[in-house]
Design a protein around this ligand. Structure first.
Ligand code: 5GP
Length: 292
């Protein structure tokens, strides 16, 4: 057993080390982002031992009053230490810090590539449509696909509906940021030009694509923020797929098979949002794009 005097000396030393980290944050000598990343890498460090309240309170410009709201928004308990956050909480806090850092650096909102993905029939389309309605300023990538249009879908708005030959040409001429065969037959891809144009001109842009696409975008552009939408439950997902009436039963069965394996990809994403309320899910995505 450790000598109690030794144990208390260690505790005093740890407290002193945490206080030193807080001072460097307060003085702006270290960025909040670098302190957090250090805490997540080195679980025994002074940084990891900081309570999230102490950490946030040491960031210049964040007063006592703001802390509970920020933690509530991020879904983090005020009692948590920085080094003990779960994967999901790390993802949300990281996104929040990145957006904040960038806003500090540029004085205006930074452009962001946000990829919204999730298991089939989770309601990505509905959430994205709600964002369009409520935030006409947000830009969206329009994918190209070889699948035929559904009733009510417009070329150039919902998708660029192209032939197999045209799709081949887009791939061969390197005009696709990523592309994939989705649900076993049709091809879908993200045109590269409009994404780069949006980011270069300081606009954020949302991509609503499948999970393999999200992985490929992250590989090509690691700064992309990957958002995983999940349904409140598996039963709810089956119900949504069966009641939307856009697929026949064979296609429904195929999409459910895909959805099962898609759930496993959640841990690869930066943030998870539960789609139990379309308005709330839509606002959560926009919040990630704009919050500082
Ligand atoms: P739907 O046929 O229902 O419009 O879309 C089927 C799937 O294709 C959805 O999961 C959607 O996210 C995905 N998807 C749409 N556009 C793209 C894209 O550009 N790239 C990839 N990889 N998937 C896409």
């Amino acid at each position: 057993m450790r000598d109690p005097r030794e144990a208390s000396a260690i505790a005093v030393e740890r407290r002193r080390a945490r206080a030193a980290v807080k001072r460097t944050l307060e003085a702006g000598e270290r960025s909040a982002f670098s302190v957090a990343v250090h805490a997540w890498r080195e679980k025994d460090s002074a940084e990891a031992g900081l309570r999230v309240t102490e950490f946030l309170g040491s960031i210049p410009g964040i007063g006592e009053v703001k802390i509970p709201r920020i933690l509530n928004d991020l879904g983090i308990s005020p009692r948590k230490r920085l080094g003990a956050l779960g994967t999901r909480q790390i993802g949300t806090l990281k996104a929040w810090l990145e957006a904040r850092t960038s806003n500090d650096n540029h004085g205006d909102q930074r452009s962001r590539l946000v990829v919204v993905a999730g298991p089939t029939a989770v309601g990505k389309g509905t959430v994205v449509a709600r964002i369009r309605e409520r935030h006409p300023d947000v830009r969206f990538s329009v994918s190209a696909t070889t699948r035929p249009p559904r009733p009510g879908e417009t070329d150039g708005e919902h998708y660029f509906f192209v032939t197999d030959k045209e799709f081949d040409r887009l791939v061969e001429t390197d005009q696709m940021l990523e592309w994939a065969v989705v649900h076993g037959h049709n091809r879908y891809g993200t045109p590269r030009g409009p994404i780069l144009e949006a980011l270069d001109s300081g606009h954020s842009i949302i991509l609503e694509i499948d999970i393999q696409g999200a992985r490929n975008v992250k590989r090509a552009m690691p700064e992309a923020l990957l958002v995983f939408l999940v349904p409140p439950s598996w039963d709810e997902l089956v119900r949504r797929l069966q009641t939307r009436g856009t697929e026949n039963s064979e296609e429904q069965a195929r999409r459910l098979e895909t959805a099962k394996s898609e759930f496993d990809a959640q841990s690869e994403f930066d943030v998870t949002i539960v789609n139990d309320d379309v308005d709330a899910a839509a606002e959560a995505v926009v919040h990630l794009m704009t919050d500082n």
